[in-house]
Design a protein around this ligand. Structure first.
Ligand SMILES: [Fe+2]
Length: 370
């Protein structure tokens, strides 16, 4: 498979070391004198935000916008955009988890766009953005710092969709493993398994190339090194490995797409209000079993790398990380709609084995069995 992806979309600059967040304002300075810092509640309650705001160097001005929490919506985006435009921000930096990253990225991406954000969510062509976006993840999982995609919900219509443009790619990514210190173990577990699933799905995806395979394999290796120790409270080398693994998994998926786990994760997560990483983690074992007939060779390569069968590894990780299935023994409501959304998903389209409605129903039965 001597092919490259048709388009390489990579962040031009990555700063990855303990304490790297301290370089944020220096990194942003070349983009202009006025910046908006998008962050979440956890940053507001810690001392990092004060430190960043207090240490603004001469010639630089900083405003902040706080994501109030929950799934990122078009209303959150409208509020962040209003703040950024009123402040005439030259650049937008996001310091936070996946939701904060999505709002910040969309805010920079649509800063000069003439239409309402809802129009772009509905499919209007997106003009290139001139506002640089700087990404500082405080969790290791979604990989949003490595992609040109942002996922937002239209709360009025109840529709969750991604919008994307190559100009949405962060201009600088700051990976600071020390930021994981403030992350609760349950969040480390869920977001870490999201990263793991993203690497595995990208690796066996129909869109995989040798380029994405190299990224995915290294991502699996690093996440395997880091996830359990960081979940158990270690930082240092495992945290650096987990941060970098999650970033590489994001790069892998953005060049290869995903698979059936992510096809199921959106309709299930949305209806049952389960964190994305948890849905992905519990959907992985049955999807591995389903894909095995067509992905045996690649699963074997992953098994060699992990030193045990991939399906077995996925099951053990659920136990080790204390992720219980939120679906087991529950009533499956909305079955037909869940199946329809799963089959319509772009992730499902990239799954190595074609998926029928009966296949999706069988996997849902497994997930919801008592
Ligand atoms: Fe994911």
């Amino acid at each position: 498979m001597a092919t490259l992806p048709n388009m390489l979309t990579l962040p031009p600059r990555v700063v990855a070391h303990p304490g790297a967040v301290g370089t944020l304002l220096k990194e942003c300075r070349p983009f202009g004198a006025r910046g908006l810092l998008v962050h979440g509640r956890s940053l507001a309650s810690g001392e990092l935000l004060n430190r960043l705001v207090d240490e603004v160097p001469a010639g630089l001005a900083l405003a902040t916008w706080m994501h109030p929490g929950g799934e990122p919506t078009l209303d959150h985006l409208a509020s962040a955009l209003a703040a950024a435009r009123a402040y005439r921000a030259d650049w937008i930096a996001a310091v936070g988890g996946g939701s904060v990253m999505d709002v910040g990225k969309a805010c920079a991406g649509l800063m000069e766009a003439p239409l309402d954000p809802e129009s772009y969510h509905d499919g209007a062509p997106i003009p290139p953005s001139r506002t640089p976006f700087i990404a500082v993840p405080t969790t290791a999982g979604t990989g949003g710092e490595a992609t040109m995609v942002t996922v937002l919900t239209n709360a009025r219509q109840g529709v969750k969709k991604s919008i994307r443009h190559p100009s949405f790619m962060p201009r600088v990514v700051i990976l600071d493993p020390e930021l994981l210190a403030g992350c609760p173990p349950a969040v480390i577990a869920g977001s870490g398994m999201d990263a793991f699933v993203q690497a595995v799905e990208a690796y066996v995806s129909k869109g995989a190339t040798w380029f994405s395979d190299a990224l995915a394999l290294q991502a699996v290796r690093l996440i395997d090194q880091g996830l359990v120790p960081v979940h158990d409270g270690e930082l240092g080398a495992p945290a650096q490995a987990l941060m970098e693994g999650s970033f590489l998994a994001g790069l892998a998926l953005s060049h290869a797409r995903l698979g059936l786990v992510h096809g199921l994760a959106h309709p299930l997560g949305h209806r049952y209000h389960v964190p994305h990483g948890v849905v992905c983690a519990v959907c992985l074992p049955p999807v591995i079993a389903f894909n095995r007939p067509v992905a045996a060779e690649k699963y074997e390569a992953l098994g060699t790398l992990l030193d045990r069968d991939l399906g077995e590894y996925a099951g053990t990780m659920l136990e080790t990380l204390g992720i219980a299935s939120p679906f087991r023994g529950q009533a499956l409501t909305d079955r037909d709609a869940i199946i329809a959304e799963t089959l319509a998903s772009g992730s499902t389209a990239a799954n190595p084995r074609p998926v029928t409605a009966a296949d999706a129903a069988a996997i849902l039965n497994t997930l919801f069995a008592a």
